[in-house]
Write a protein that binds this ligand. Sequence first.
Ligand code: DGY
Length: 324
Amino acid sequence: MRKVILAHRYHEEAVAALNREFDLVIADGKNGGLRACLNRHPDAEGLISFLSDPVDAAAISAMKKLKIIANFAVGYNNIDIGRALELNVLVTHTPDVLTRATADLAMALILAASRRLVEGDALVRAGEFQGWQAGLLLGRELSGAILGIVGMGRIGLATALRARAFGMKVIYYSRSAKPRIEKKYGFARVTFLELIRSADVVSLHLPYSPSVHHLFSHDVFALMKKDAIFINTARGQLMDEEALAGALERNELFGAGLDVYENEPAVNARLKKLKNTVLLPHLGSATESTRRQMAMMTVQAVRQALSGRKPRHLVPEWKERLKK
Ligand code: DGY
């Protein structure tokens, strides 16, 4: 049987399928985690990786029989794609199935940050609720506010559509124009500068690459409206956390809702001290049915690759390569 490594135990239906079809090895945190497991099994032909484990050039090079890395996430910045392409190792991800769950979470963060839900919950639990008060925890109105979507991909669009139902006006920044989206929904494409200067809520939906490292820097936060809200459900490395903490501490922003962090699982201590932050533990795709579908997609990808077929959800770099 062909050997497949699974970075962590996940949905049991997927584990059962992998066990039936392959010689499955599950990397176990107690035994040194994925890195040690890869060292012990350099003959594995398939790897199912998680966004929390880097799969770098050295790891890919050491696995001489590796044919596929199936990433259990839509973002795949944990994998050295350049090296995988060089060595002809296929790389797949899990687009589409997590779009709705992630957009729901972005919308939940927009609501939580604008209406101060976490502060309200803490106040009630602390026994400090003294009855209705005219000025208690006043938040920001979404209806009529401008939502700036940075990265109008699948999740950006799904978030925009949810926000539209709350009466928000949507503008977006994207490297390429989306004429069909503009025509169908009336969302206007603007420059990055226009977006950060005019949006009441900025929601980040870009994939991470070094070219957009710290896209949200001190200077960018300084250009945002004084009462704006910053939402990040994409990748932590897209923002300079220290700069964000500074802007929030100085009340240069109304608040922030974050699901991702620069150095996960570490979370910036200054952000944790602030009341105007809502901080979630990377839950974007965390619903039972989404995680099940993501897991089954990785099984399907490994199955296809190891039987010589082209996996359906190759990452864009691999799709480009196959077009040539
Ligand atoms: C992904 O799949 O890239 C998301 O960050 C998971 O929540």
